[in-house]
Design a protein around this ligand. Structure first.
Ligand code: S3P
Length: 432
């Protein structure tokens, strides 16, 4: 296990092009794998999670060429995936496991077993297994489908509907993808307000996906040219940029620009919360790349005040809560995070792991059933903290170290490879 020692930086300055969006990179490989034709994806995130997706689709007969941050996917068409000869390893990646289970459940003649690392094998899977079973799919796993390894025996599904109780884009996507090779309309209702990259990208590939209010429908294509291959440049990941936004906002001598960051409204809740907290933020150069909005974001030293983060905004910032908790600790006043019980279903139980680490940094913070309460006092102590193998924790603790009153030791620092392999290099580049 790698360990990093960090001390506070006197000054943070610079511009960073953060790596490609993780959610979009996964989808670009998966959807182009089952498309007609060849697609070139640039600014692809070569993090461990997306490499797991590439390996899984290669194991199903898809040729995928990789070079630096460019990937070429040679699509095999909707009915062209080969049954894998061995268990598919999803590593640490919930998106790989859940989206692939949905997709394969609808492919006639497919049989696959999917597993992952200890973290992924402990995460809840009934959230996809139940809806897929309800639609007629044959999916199983340990403890009656609660835990991976999962197995799926694909069959043509006849459409149907599922009412989503948790705002999970992975579940929404799994259900929609199960309908792609079917012969009826697939409908998702309820908490469809999670990220909408699946809907946007499939639409860009010629698939009929409609969103009306909270109702999302997918009509399977009747013509074999669909989905067609879609070449794209992946926008910078707002979940990665958020580390630099918080770093600049909490540091007394900072100005950091993140360039080409995805500004999809389902993803930028952290920017809105930081604005509410009083952060100095400038968004410039707004443009559209492919089917996603993109902009440059500059954040500079700010005096942050406490806030309440709850309700509808939670799905738009769920992955940013560890670093927002660091911002709250550096703000003045009590910040309450609520309606975020989903944190417990992430790579670690992020209510307990965040609370434990911030307590070690001298913060008065308390876990609640669906979030946490943080008493900001504008200071953090150095401490020895652990990533517990969770990439977002390793990076959040590094941001805390940039302002801490003494040296911070971060155990398990290699976890950043999951979503941001160049994180330590970028940190060295902006810290003067
Ligand atoms: C993701 C959806 C979110 C997010 C995860 C990526 C996706 O999970 O936390 O990092 O790519 O669809 P949920 O769908 O479980 O909320």
């Amino acid at each position: 296990m790698a360990e990093v020692q960090l001390s506070a930086a006197p000054r943070l300055r610079g511009a960073l092009s953060v790596p490609g969006d993780k959610s979009i990179s996964h989808r670009a490989v998966m959807f182009n794998a089952i498309a007609e034709g060849k697609a070139e994806i640039t600014h692809f995130l070569m993090g461990a999670d997306c490499l797991s997706t590439i390996a899984c689709f290669r194991a199903m007969g898809v040729q995928i060429d990789q070079c630096v941050d460019r990937v070429v996917v040679h699509g095999v068409g909707l009915r062209g995936l080969r049954e894998p000869a061995d268990v598919l390893d999803c590593g640490n990646s919930g998106t790989t496991l859940r989206l692939m289970t949905g997709l394969l459940a609808g492919i006639d003649g497919m049989y696959a077993v999917m597993t992952g690392d200890a973290s992924l094998r402990s995460r809840p899977q009934r959230r996809i297994v139940d809806p897929l079973r309800g639609l007629g799919a044959t999916v199983d796993g340990r403890q009656n489908g609660a835990l991976a390894p999962l197995s799926v025996r694909g069959a043509t599904l006849h459409g149907g509907s599922y009412d989503l109780k948790i705002a999970s884009a992975q579940v929404k996507s799994a259900v929609l993808l199960a309908g792609l090779s079917g012969d009826g309309v697939m409908t998702v209702t309820g908490r469809t307000d999670g990220r909408d990259h699946t809907e946007r990208m499939l639409t860009g590939m010629g698939i009929d996906v409609q969103t009306r209010g909270s109702v999302v429908t997918l009509t399977p294509p009747v013509h074999p040219v669909f989905p067609y291959a879609l070449s794209l440049r992946v926008p910078g990941d707002p979940s990665s940029a958020a580390f630099w936004w918080v770093a600049a906002a909490i540091h007394p001598n900072a100005e950091i620009t993140t360039t080409g960051v995805g500004m999809n409204p389902t993803r930028v809740g952290a920017l809105e919360v930081l604005r509410q907290m009083g952060a100095q933020i400038t968004v410039s150069n707004a443009r559209t790349e492919g089917s996603e909005p993109v902009a440059d974001v500059t954040v500079s030293s700010s005096s942050l005040r406490a806030t309440t983060i709850h309700g509808a905004i939670i799905p738009q910032l769920i992955d940013e809560i560890p670093v927002l908790a660091v911002a709250a600790a550096m703000a003045v006043g009590q910040t309450i995070i609520a309606d975020a019980a989903e944190l417990k279903a992430k790579e670690t139980d992020r209510i307990s792991t965040v609370v434990t680490a911030l307590q070690a940094m001298g913060v008065r913070i308390e876990a609640t059933a669906d979030g946490m309460i943080i008493d900001g006092r504008g200071a953090l102590d150095g401490a020895t903290v652990d990533s517990h193998g969770d990439h977002r924790l390793a990076m959040a603790w590094a941001i805390a170290a940039l302002v801490a009153r003494s040296e911070m030791t971060i155990r398990g620092s290699e976890a950043v490879d999951v979503s941001y392999p160049e994180f330590w290099r970028d940190l060295a580049a902006i810290a003067e």
